[in-house]
Write a protein that binds this ligand. Structure first.
Ligand code: HEC
Length: 194
């Protein structure tokens, strides 16, 4: 209806003779995919991507690092990056920002958000979660798991491994006796426990 009025207005406006061709976009000369083309190197209009072109969605890092799995599909059993203080600090920072809201800052599933969820985020230190391999946890963060969404957009590959490594630290830290700590750390822990 609106188009009819518009057309009527246009036609009336230029007395029906201003040569307006509404089909001109459809009729213009153009190639369709796979059509023959004399000037194209392969003779058809569709060309091959230049050598070395990488798909926008292709993992850029070595597959084990990017996917957390070996070529034959086995989860990595260790973090494939040097685990140093810088990586762990980064892991704590990212974990506190992106995971703690649900899993709690200790990873034990105690958080205000968790209390409100119909399916509670699990205590990552209880079985079977405590025995999950680093590769599995990395894949969970990368691809999501059940009700938990993927964090691949927020966390780079390195950041994801940093979080995985830090989760191991949280696990190790559980049940450590004060007497097992180096004296200066035991002293600091005592101060916090007061
Ligand atoms: C919005 C809440 C929420 C956030 C944020 C969140 N998770 Fe989860 N997570 C869940 C829930 C809920 C489950 C249980 C999913 C299910 O079983 O359907 C879960 C499950 C898991 C599991 C267990 C998967 C398994 O093997 O069964 C791991 C490991 C995990 N999350 C790690 C993380 C890490 C690491 C982060 C931060 C990058 C994170 N989660 C962020 C809610 C969350």
């Amino acid at each position: 209806m609106r188009i009819a009025i518009l057309t009527a207005l246009v036609v009336a406006g230029c007395g029906g003779s201003c040569g307006l061709n509404l089909e001109r976009m459809i009729d213009q000369p153009r190639y369709t995919a796979y059509e023959a083309c004399d000037v194209c190197p392969r003779g058809t209009i569709m060309m091959l991507p230049p050598t070395g072109t990488v798909a926008r969605t292709a993992p850029l890092d070595p597959p084990e690092l990017a996917l957390g799995r070996t070529a034959d599909g086995k989860d990595l059993t260790a973090v494939p990056l040097p685990v140093d203080a810088a990586l762990l600090r980064r892991g704590r920072n990212r974990f506190d920002i992106y995971c703690a809201a649900c899993h709690g800052r200790l990873g034990n599933g105690l958080s205000q958000v968790a209390e409100m969820m119909s399916r509670r985020p699990p205590d990552l230190h209880a079985e079977p979660y405590a025995s999950r391999t680093p590769g599995h946890v990395y894949a969970v963060v990368t691809g999501g798991y059940g009700l938990m969404r993927s964090y691949a957009n927020e966390l780079s590959v390195r950041d994801r491994w940093a979080v995985v490594a830090y989760l191991d630290v949280l696990r190790l830290a559980r049940g450590v006796q004060l007497s097992e700590l180096p004296p200066e750390l035991a002293e600091e822990a005592r101060r916090w426990l007061k």
